[in-house]
Design a protein around this ligand. Structure first.
Ligand SMILES: CC(C)(COP(=O)(O)OP(=O)(O)OC[C@H]1O[C@@H](n2cnc3c(N)ncnc32)[C@H](O)[C@@H]1OP(=O)(O)O)[C@@H](O)C(=O)NCCC(=O)NCCS
Length: 153
C-alpha cells in the first residue's frame, strides 16, 4: 500500500546506478546527469531499502507539456524506475502519490510523462490517462503521452 512506504528526497547522483540499470543500460554512470538537475525546483524522490539503498525512484521538474504547451503549471515526471527485485510492492505507486502531493501543495497543475507503453497500465493505476500523443522511440520502443490533473490541496 503506497501509504505504508517511506518516500525520501535524494540527490540526483544517488539515483544514477538504479536509473542506469533499469532504464539506460547502454549509458555510462557519468552520463546519467540531466539538464535541469541543478534547478532548485527539480526533485528526485526515492523509496529506500533497509541499507538506504534506492529501491525505486522518479524525477519531477516543472517543464511545459509538449501536447498542452499553453499550460503554465505543467510538471514532468520522468526516470521512473523500480529495482527488479523490488517490483510489485507499491514503491512506484508511492512515489507517484508523493509527487502528486508535492504538486498539490504548490497550487496544483498538470502532471505529465512520456510513458513506455509496457508501463502504461502502471501509470493508469497511478491516476494518469493516455493523451493522443503516441510515437515510437528508435531505442526504447513505443511510447504514449500521459497526463494527470492535480488539484491544489
Ligand atoms: C513500471 C515500474 C516503475 C512499476 O514500479 P513498481 O514499483 O513495480 O510499481 P507498483 O508496485 O507501485 O505498482 C502499482 C500498481 O501498478 C501495477 N503495475 C505495475 N507495473 C505494471 C505493469 N508493467 N503492467 C501492469 N500493471 C503494472 C501493479 O500491479 C500495481 O497495481 P495494484 O495497485 O493493483 O496493486 C517498474 O515495473 C519498472 O521500473 N519498470 C521498468 C522501467 C520502466 O518501464 N519505467 C517506466 C518508464 S516510462
Amino acid at each position: 500500500m503506497p501509504g505504508c512506504v517511506r518516500v525520501s528526497r535524494v540527490p540526483a547522483e544517488a539515483t544514477y546506478a538504479l536509473r542506469r540499470a533499469v532504464l539506460r543500460p547502454r549509458l555510462r554512470l557519468a552520463d546519467m546527469a540531466m539538464p535541469g538537475d541543478d534547478d532548485p525546483a527539480t526533485v528526485y524522490l526515492a523509496v529506500l531499502g533497509a541499507a538506504d539503498d534506492i529501491l525505486s525512484t522518479l524525477r519531477l521538474q516543472p517543464v511545459p507539456c509538449p501536447w498542452s504547451p499553453a499550460r503554465t503549471d505543467a510538471w514532468q515526471l520522468r526516470s521512473m524506475a523500480t529495482a527488479k527485485h523490488a517490483r510489485g510492492l507499491g514503491h512506484g505507486a508511492a512515489l507517484v502519490a508523493a509527487a502528486v502531493r508535492r504538486i498539490a501543495d504548490q497550487g496544483g497543475g498538470l502532471l505529465w510523462c512520456n510513458a513506455r507503453v509496457p508501463a502504461e497500465p502502471f501509470y493508469v493505476r497511478a491516476g494518469f490517462t493516455a493523451a493522443e500523443h503516441r510515437w515510437d522511440d528508435l531505442e526504447f520502443g513505443p511510447h504514449v503521452g500521459m497526463v494527470q490533473e492535480v488539484p491544489a490541496s
